[in-house]
Write a protein that binds this ligand. Structure first.
Ligand code: SF4
Ligand code: SF4
Length: 69
């Protein structure tokens, strides 16, 4: 089972990772971040994460630093 570690404190709400995830596992949360916009959350109830790192490689703020497979 793959999963990611997301540091919401670093998230600037650009939402690039939402588009980058082929499984649509990253979604807007209802938590406001440093920019005043909603930060993202990782939702993977069906264990679909591929561990592909597309999200981590896309994030300009290094908010997704670890992907475990
Ligand atoms: S590792 Fe891949 S599948 Fe998993 S959340 Fe990131 S982009 Fe999505
Ligand atoms: S790419 Fe990074 S900064 Fe942008 S929404 Fe995703 S986690 Fe936040």
């Amino acid at each position: 089972m793959a999963y990611i570690v997301l540091d919401k404190a670093k998230c600037k709400s650009c939402y690039l990772c939402i588009d980058a995830c082929p499984k649509n596992l990253i979604v807007k949360s209802n938590e406001t971040g440093s920019t005043g916009n909603f930060v993202v959350d990782f939702k993977d109830e069906d264990n679909e994460c591929l561990g592909c790192k597309c999200c981590a490689l896309t994030c300009p703020d290094l908010a997704i630093t670890e992907v475990y497979k």
